[in-house]
Ligand binder design. Structure first.
Ligand code: NDP
Length: 246
C-alpha cells in the first residue's frame, strides 16, 4: 500500500516505538495522528514532523477510556475525513513477582495493554467497515510466546493481544478487506522499564540490559513493512528479536 496521504493513528506516540513509528511513517508521506496522555511530548513531535514537511495531528487520549478513543477517531475524521490504519501501541510493563500481589499494577496492565487495544479497535472499526478497507496493527510482544521472570501478568496481556489480533483478522480480513497484524518484539531500548517498582525484578534485569537491544526504529521498520504490502497481502505476525536474545 502506498503511504502517501494515508491517515494513520498511533497510540503511545509520545515515546519509544510509537514515536519512531510516527517519524518513519510521516517521512514516507503518511498523515500521522499522534496520541497519548502527554501533551508536551506530542506537540514537540508534531513540530519536528512538520519541520520535515510532514503532516501530524495531536489528540490527547487515555487508551483506557473508551470516550477518549471515540474522540480520537472523531477528531481524525474531522481533520482528515478518513482513517486508513490504527496502530495500537500504548502499553506498560510494571513487572513483578506474583507473590508480591501488586494488584494495582496488574489491573493497569490489563486496562492499558488489553482494554486499551479493545477500545481502539471499537472506536475505529465502524469507519474501516464502512470503507471496506484499513489496517489494524497491534503491538504484542515476544512475551506472548514465552514467560520471563516477573512477567506472568505482562506476558498474559501480550498473549491476549496476539490472540485477539488473530480473531480480528479471521473476522475482518476476508469479509471487509481489513488487514490485521500483530507485532511481537523482543527487547527494545525504550523507557518501558520505568514503571517497574518491584526491586527484586530490577536486580534481575542486569543480564537483559547487557545485550544489544533492538532500537525503536527497527520496530518502526517492521510496522512499515506490514503496512506497505499490496492489499492482497496480510502480514499476520512479525516476531522480531535482538540477535543476542535467547
Ligand atoms: P515507552 O514507555 O517508551 O512507550 C509507552 C507509550 O505508551 C508512551 O507513549 C505512553 O504515553 C503510552 N501510554 C501508556 N499508558 C497510556 C495510556 N493509559 N493511554 C495512552 N497512552 C499510554 O515504551 P515502548 O515504546 O517500549 O512501548 C510501546 C509498546 O511496545 C508497548 O505496548 C510495549 O508493551 C511494547 N513492547 C515493548 C518492548 C520493549 O522491549 N520496549 C518489547 C515488546 C513489546 P503517555 O505516557 O504520554 O500516555
Amino acid at each position: 500500500m502506498e503511504m502517501k496521504g494515508k491517515v494513520i493513528i498511533i497510540t503511545g506516540a509520545s515515546s519509544g516505538i510509537g514515536k519512531a513509528t510516527a517519524l518513519k511513517l510521516s517521512k514516507k508521506g503518511a498523515k500521522v495522528v499522534l496520541s497519548s496522555r502527554r501533551k508536551d511530548e506530542l506537540e514537540a513531535l508534531k513540530k519536528s514532523i512538520e519541520k520535515e514537511t510532514g503532516e501530524a495531528l495531536v489528540v490527547i487520549a487515555d487508551v483506557t477510556k473508551k470516550p477518549d478513543m471515540d474522540r480520537l477517531v472523531a477528531k481524525t475524521l474531522e481533520a482528515y475525513g478518513t482513517v486508513d490504519a490504527l496502530i495500537n501501541n500504548a502499553g506498560l510493563m510494571p513487572l513483578s513477582f506474583v507473590e508480591k500481589l501488586k494488584t494495582n499494577e496488574w489491573e493497569k496492565m490489563v486496562d492499558v495493554n488489553i482494554k486499551g487495544v479493545l477500545n481502539g479497535v471499537a472506536a475505529v472499526l465502524p469507519t474501516l467497515i464502512k470503507n471496506k478497507s484499513g489496517h489494524i496493527i497491534n503491538i504484542s510482544s515476544t512475551a506472548a510466546y514465552s514467560y520471563f521472570p516477573g512477567g506472568a501478568v505482562y506476558c498474559a496481556t501480550k498473549a491476549a493481544v496476539k490472540m485477539f489480533s488473530e480473531g480480528l483478522r479471521q473476522e475482518l480480513a476476508p469479509t471487509y478487506g481489513i488487514r490485521v497484524t500483530s507485532i511481537e518484539p523482543g527487547v527494545v531500548a525504550t523507557n518501558l522499564l520505568d514503571t517497574i517498582t518491584d526491586e527484586d525484578i530490577l536486580g534481575n534485569l542486569s543480564e537483559m540490559q547487557k545485550m544489544t537491544a533492538l532500537e525503536s526504529e527497527d520496530i518502526a521498520e517492521a510496522i512499515y513493512y506490514a503496512l506497505k504490502q499490496p492489499l492482497r497481502v496480510n502480514v499476520n505476525d512479525v516476531h522480531i528479536l535482538p540477535t543476542e536474545q535467547k
